[in-house]
Design a protein. Structure first.
Length: 677
């Protein structure tokens, strides 16, 4: 274990806050100057010092000849502004500062400046079908080894090192990592949107109108050796395969990849909205609620057409407290907003609500976090793909200028039956902790209901939770632990939710025929891949092809989206992994198919994981399987609401409502993958 060697740790304190703030206003020509980036980091630093720092205990620590860290007790801030915000200094900030964090610590990287897209190295084309890197535009005078662009793939390496390595390179457990980017991710003038005259774009469009071939002829495309000090070149030389490392973090960004971020003299609209949301929440807010509040603030700003984005990467839990990581909130809270003349809720069939429910779907309307003040109840009608209409809410006094949330009181779907038997006092304790919203129902006698999918056997010492469908005991939870009865109810709820989400289908989807799926399987990245196609939603691989040693099997999986219809609109793709411990994960977040970037390709194939993932059998196992769900939507989807940690239809409409069209469409496909001897 490596000891902290850079940052002075506050005496008697535990959690440390390591913050790297990068802001560039005064770009050298030909990159246009900006006006509000320094103001952005001033606002962030002011917020942090007021809430996490101790200004009377300020210490300055040099990190290199060019940069230093200012410590305020447990808060440590490194600011890189203008000429100091070079590619090499930002890299040093990550490797020699942010890596000096432990599993109890919080890391925050913020960038305010230009964003762009540049043609990627040719070796990346296999995992980057649009052929471009999304980049942060650094301060550069064109000197050797001081690059203008920091590619997304380089940022991934730096975050991976912060996530998994001590300063000396030895392995460590992950800190709590936050990334916020107030810059454009667009790459051509054709993607610009109309902006208010007082707003300026944070887009450095340096390759407008150039094809990849023209760029190669003009000045050459970046060489693989220049990415992350040769990190990817080493990969390529060893096995002719590239994978982008993954780290556990949350990303809050100013706008969609095809939009521009606005710059004002007093700061970016996104950073202003973010800090405003944090101040209003007084720190008691989770990341999903923070995103909703920030998005509302940004979209209400004059002249703004930005739509801030929110990604949870590598298993990051969106329902944890900001700058902390402890649990706060649950994923069944949905945004309420005014759409035209109607009030809408951001939930629908994709969340498991029946399009034509037998009884009304009742929701509780509340103010946004952290107040969470209950205003009353309402019903959902016109259940669409991702949003539904509020009905019978006139007495709630909703104001379109405020932010609200809806909480599903229960799903109007058939609950999963749980046979509960054994110790009488244990049964009573379980009934006292029961929550109808978990979508599970207690059955005390199998004779009355015929059968039950789940079972809880209660002894004097433990709750034994079983899945009756495969005869497997899922977990044994001691009855003497605090809140054991509530914990068991939560476990049953996760099992029911796992089943419900896995069962989501939309067979009448109009985009169904566009979607295909394949998985490439190999013993390791060097060996040739075998492609498993998907004729019947069940892919089977012969485990003997992937024996590593002494009968143990290890296979590398590379899932791919195959588009057969080459649609003329954007699609948003999410691959959910349903694990045997009832966790639901979406490792790499959202993958976007942008139709404009595939016009010259005869077929479209997009790798859904940029990092190799292994899976296998022990020598004693004869077979093993896992479930995936491929989810494709025609507009961005808050997939975080479908995820959960492990256990430690038709589209409905009302005739008097506006019809739901292809802009509100979804399709999902279940895939079971089996390795068998």
């Amino acid at each position: 274990m490596s000891n902290r060697t850079i940052i002075p740790k506050a005496p008697g304190s535990g959690k440390q806050y390591l913050v790297l703030l990068v802001a560039i206003n005064d770009y050298p020509s030909p990159v246009s100057a900006l006006g509000g980036c320094i103001s952005d980091v001033n606002k962030i630093e002011s917020y942090l010092k007021a809430n996490f720092g101790n200004s009377s205990d300020a210490v300055t620590t040099p990190i290199s000849e060019a940069i230093s860290v200012r410590s305020y007790g447990a808060l440590h801030i490194c600011r890189l502004e203008n000429e100091k915000a070079t590619h090499s200094n930002i890299t040093t900030g990550f490797r020699d500062f942010l890596r000096d964090s432990g599993p109890e610590d919080v890391v925050w990287f913020h960038f305010s400046g230009h964003g762009s897209e540049q043609f990627t190295a040719k070796e990346f084309l296999d995992i980057e079908p649009n052929g471009k890197d999304q980049t942060l535009v650094c301060y550069s005078r064109g000197e050797q080894d001081d690059f203008l662009h920091m590619a997304d793939k380089e940022l991934a390496v730096l975050l991976h090192q912060v996530d998994s390595q001590h300063l000396d390179g030895s392995p460590k457990s992950s800190p709590h990592i936050i990334v916020s980017l107030d810059c454009c991710h667009s790459g051509s003038g054709t993607r610009d949107f109309e902006m208010d005259p007082t707003l300026k774009s944070r887009n450095a469009d340096l390759i407008t109108g150039l094809t990849r071939k023209a760029e190669e002829e003009k000045q050459g495309i970046r060489d693989l050796n220049t990415y992350a000090d040769g990190y990817y070149a080493k990969q390529w030389n060893e096995n002719k395969q590239l994978q982008v490392p993954l780290s556990n973090h949350v990303l809050l960004s100013a706008c969609e990849s095809v939009q521009l971020a606005a710059d004002r003299p007093d700061g970016g609209i996104f950073t202003e909205g973010l800090i405003s949301a944090l101040k209003g929440a007084s720190g008691e807010i989770n990341y999903y609620d923070l995103y909703v509040r920030t998005k509302a603030a940004v979209q209400s700003a004059r002249g703004s057409q930005q739509s801030p984005q929110f990604e949870t990467i590598g298993g990051f839990n969106a329902y944890t407290r900001f700058m902390d990581g402890s649990n706060l909130g649950k994923p069944n809270n949905y945004q309420v907003f005014k759409g035209g003349t109607r009030w809408l809720v951001k939930c629908g069939a994709i969340h498991g609500i029946p399009p034509m429910p037998e009884k009304p779907v009742e929701v509780e309307i509340m103010t946004a976090a952290p107040e969470n003040k209950t205003l009353g109840t309402a019903e959902l009608t016109a259940i669409g793909a991702q949003q539904s209409t509020l009905k019978s809410f006139e007495n709630l006094g909703l104001d379109s200028g405020n932010t609200y949330q809806a909480v599903l009181k229960s799903l109007p779907a058939t609950p999963i039956l749980v046979w509960v038997h054994g110790n009488t006092s244990g049964i009573t304790a379980l009934e006292d902790a029961w929550e109808d919203s978990k979508q599970v129902k207690i059955v005390k006698s199998l004779d009355e209901f015929g059968d039950a999918q789940l079972e809880v056997e209660i002894t004097d010492s433990a709750y034994k939770v079983k899945d009756r469908r495969d005869g497997r005991q899922v977990i044994e939870w001691p009855v003497n632990l605090d809140n054991a009865n509530h914990t068991v109810v939560d476990i049953l709820g996760k099992m029911a939710n796992w089943e419900r989400i896995l069962g989501l289908q939309n067979e009448k989807s109009v985009i169904k025929d566009w979607i295909g799926f394949e998985i490439d399987v190999a013993k390791n990245p060097v060996k040739p891949f075998t492609t498993l196609k998907d004729p019947d939603n069940h892919l089977t691989a012969n485990a003997t092809d992937y024996i590593i040693k002494d009968g143990a099997v290890g296979a590398i999986l590379v899932p791919k989206l195959k588009l057969t219809g080459k649609p003329d609109q954007n699609l948003y793709v999410y691959l959910l992994h349903f694990r045997s411990n009832y966790a639901i994960s979406c490792y790499e977040g959202e993958v976007i198919y942008r139709s404009a970037e595939f016009k010259n390709q005869s077929a479209v194939e997009i790798k859904l994981w940029k990092q190799f993932r292994g899976w296998g059998l022990s020598p004693d196992d004869q077979s093993s399987f896992c479930h995936f769900k491929l989810l494709v939507t025609t507009e961005p989807f808050a997939y975080q609401q479908l995820l959960q940690a492990d256990i430690e239809g038709d589209r409905g409409f009302d005739l008097d409502e506006e019809p739901y069209n292809i802009e509100n469409e979804w399709y999902c496909k279940n895939i079971k993958v089996t390795l068998e001897r």
